[in-house]
Write a protein that binds this ligand. Structure first.
Ligand code: PRP
Ligand code: ZN
Length: 283
């Protein structure tokens, strides 16, 4: 089978998680930092390591069939690609930020000011919507130092932990666009066998991430209460224990209401609760 090519970020916020996701999908490959391309040994895929900003165009032009990239970059490059899957990592916000000592209060105060950014397309659209007329200074990197160099009054850049802003004496001013990592494909590739297989694997990994495997002990007389608390599960596994009248219940609990569920289970007599990570869920 001829292999497909997937482009991922060479270094930066999304690199590590992109590699981790592909490895969790069972793909075996060397993650050479120095090379541009890596062949997957056990799946018909080649991995291209690229600058994130270049990935959407590579996919649009068909040089790569697939790509993992932040939505921010897709919006900025205005390419024609297919969104195949949200990936749940690389969550961040494109923000306008100003120096800590700045006296700007309102978005309208940006009128006549200069804003440095690597995202001129998104920023221009945002300012137009707000009816603000500011000078956009496009720079390709290290945007956060431009106010201290006197190059701009504000910046518009990606904020994830906020560490970069803090260490450069900047504070958030306005939210422009939220973003996360997505899997994109060139037009028409979504129905390709290899893509369907890869997406099934990705979905099983993502589903598993949201789920914990829980084993608990309960007195048989409380079993109904426990089962009623687990409506998502058709029938949890119930195993008798050596001690008469006690059983162990095995079930899956979703991450989002995990602690609430655990507390409810404890309240109706669950004991010795063991929680385990789930690697994959195949439906
Ligand atoms: C963004 C941004 C900052 C950093 C912010 O870079 O330019 O450098 O992330 O993250 P923090 O709030 O956690 O400190 P990105 O990963 O998009 O890489 P690039 O700008 O080099 O493409
Ligand atoms: Zn970038």
């Amino acid at each position: 089978m001829t292999s497909l090519k997937i482009a991922i970020q060479k270094s930066g916020r999304l690199n590590e998680k992109s590699v981790e996701l592909l490895k969790n999908c069972g793909l075996q490959f060397e993650n050479y930092k120095s090379s541009l391309i890596s062949t997957v040994y056990n799946f018909p895929l080649e991995i291209l390591f690229l600058r994130d900003d270049d990935i959407p165009e590579y996919v649009q032009d068909g040089i790569a069939d697939l790509g993992i990239v932040g939505e921010n970059v897709i919006h900025e490059t205005q390419v024609d690609v297919h969104y195949l899957q949200r990936l749940g990592f690389g969550k961040c916000m494109l923000k306008i930020a100003i120096p800590n000592q700045s006296h700007l209060n309102d978005i309208q105060d940006l009128n006549g000011k200069a804003i440095a950014t690597s995202y001129p397309v998104i920023l221009k659209k945002y300012l137009n919507e707000k009816g603000v007329s500011a000078t956009i200074r496009t720079i390709s990197g290290s945007v956060e130092i431009s106010p201290s160099l006197g190059l701009s009054d504000a910046i518009c850049d990606i904020v994830s932990t906020g560490g970069t802003l803090r260490s450069n004496g900047l504070k958030p001013f306005a939210d422009v666009l939220s973003s996360e990592a997505v899997l994109i494909g060139k037009n028409g590739i979504g129905s390709h066998d290899i893509v369907i297989e890869l997406m099934q694997r990705i979905q099983s990994v993502l589903r598993a991430k949201e789920t914990k495997y829980v084993v608990l002990n309960v007195e048989r007389s409380n079993l109904d209460c426990i089962i009623n608390l687990l409506p998502g599960v058709k029938s949890p596994t119930v195993v008798p224990l050596a001690e008469e009248n006690w059983v162990a219940v095995h079930t899956a609990i979703e991450e989002h209401d995990f602690w609430e569920k655990i507390n409810q289970l404890k309240a109706v007599g669950a004991q010795g609760i063991i929680v385990m990570p789930v690697e994959k869920i195949i439906l």
